[in-house]
Design a protein around this ligand. Structure first.
Ligand SMILES: Cc1c2[nH]c(c1CCC(=O)O)Cc1[nH]c(c(CCC(=O)O)c1C)Cc1[nH]c(c(CCC(=O)O)c1C)Cc1[nH]c(c(C)c1CCC(=O)O)C2
Length: 363
């Protein structure tokens, strides 16, 4: 039996009415679904207005505010999925790291992990204790979206991407400290990855249990590694987290950037949908994936700053390249950028729907 039919049988038909969930399972759709990574954020005036009153961690940790921010892009655009407003870094706080979002600098961790003792001291708390606010926000958003039949995506950072922040203490170009620990003290590295994968797996599972209808696993920076290093130092841990998350019974999107040389390994770790960035051609990359895998992507986010005819041309090129093949979720290749013209976002969302509903689907 092929994988799609197994999933279809395991999932009550009622849950599969939305375009987005149908596409996750590789089922035919009436039009290509679209959502945008970081669709709630500073490019929206509504978001900036709330952010002017609350620091980002306060928005994330107040369920009513997180729910409100999640819904802002859903009111403004005809998107096919919502993603819960949170960040990948709060799970590190519960483990004992001191996280702050600094103006102009991005995230900073004031006590980065550098030694075996640092890693040993990390806690592995239950998500209900350390991340209760996001689980509550998921319940609130589900209530709001129920009547519109729009699914809600939960998410987590993946072990490598979270380890990179925890060890570097913030964003990084070359990951000298993170790769340094991996190469020079593999036992400590693996201990850290075991703790992270347990926290991440339980968090994803808790989000599904709270009502998230799909989960995205953000391994944003894992493309910094060689395939051999991915296999040895990352794959077992990402797989462990995803195996726990899978018990939630919802589709999982596995996303990374610059992962063209190791998508087979990301797939081995897990995921029903593979996120593809713009460094690769979507259609030919899709052909290299296991049969039955859905794909998400892959417009370069900078495209949205171009004049509309150019946005349309590039969007059409992606859609034409995979036209008629069930299992494509349109998205950007990475998060939407600050300063993106809102009107272009609206036109993009509407164009993907109208253009693909005109494209004849094979029977
Ligand atoms: C690496 C990463 C982070 N966070 C995230 C990632 C992985 C995704 C990716 O690869 O883009 C994921 C994330 N962060 C945020 C979401 C919300 C949900 C959504 O709408 O997609 C999601 C899915 C909110 C946010 N998280 C952050 C913002 C902007 C901060 C603000 O409002 O001041 C938002 C809307 C802050 C953040 N959070 C992070 C950084 C590096 C920064 C600072 C950079 C910046 O300032 O743009 C870490």
């Amino acid at each position: 039996m092929d994988r799609t039919s197994t999933l279809t049988q395991a999932t009550p038909e009622a849950k599969l009415q939305s375009r987005f969930l149908r596409a996750c399972y590789g089922l035919p759709v009436d039009a290509t679904p679209i959502w945008l990574m970081r669709q709630a954020g500073r490019y929206m005036e509504e978001y900036r207005a709330l952010r002017a009153q609350h620091p980002i961690l306060e928005l994330i940790k107040t369920p009513e505010l997180a729910a409100e921010v999640t819904l802002q892009p859903m009111r403004a655009f005809d998107l096919d999925a919502a993603i819960i407003f949170a960040d990948i870094l709060p799970p590190l706080q519960g483990m004992g790291l001191n996280l702050e979002f600094m103006k102009g600098e991005g995230p900073v961790i004031h006590n980065p992990l550098r030694t075996r003792a640092d890693v040993e001291a990390l806690r592995v708390p239950e998500p209900e204790e350390s991340l209760w606010f996001t689980l509550e926000a998921i319940k609130l958003v589900r209530r709001e979206l129920a009547s519109r039949n729009i699914p809600l995506i939960g998410f987590s950072g993946a072990p490598f991407t979270l380890a990179s922040y925890a060890i570097e203490g913030g964003s990084s170009k070359n990951y000298l400290h993170a790769k340094g620990m991996m190469m020079s003290d593999p036992a400590t590295w693996h201990l850290l990855m075991e703790k992270l994968s347990a926290v991440i797996g339980q968090y994803l599972l808790a989000q599904a249990r709270a009502g998230a209808q799909a989960l995205q696993f953000f391994d944003s920076w894992v493309g910094a590694l060689s395939p051999a290093d991915y296999r040895e130092y990352i794959l077992p841990h990402s797989k462990h987290a995803l195996d726990i998350a899978r018990q939630g019974g919802v589709p999982i999107i596995h996303f990374g950037t610059n992962t063209g040389g190791m998508l087979d390994l990301l797939q081995e770790a897990g995921g029903d949908v593979i996120g593809i960035d713009w460094h690769q051609d979507l259609a030919s990359t899709w052909q290299t994936l296991k049969p039955g895998t859905a794909v998400q992507g892959n417009l370069d986010p900078v495209t949205l700053f171009a004049p509309w005819p150019e946005i349309e041309r590039r969007t059409r090129e992606i859609l034409d390249s995979v036209a008629g093949k069930p299992g494509h979720i349109f998205n950007l290749g990475h998060g939407i950028l600050q300063g993106t013209p809102v009107d272009n976002v609206r036109r993009l969302v509407d164009f993907v729907h109208t253009y693909t509903s005109r494209t004849p689907q094979p029977a």
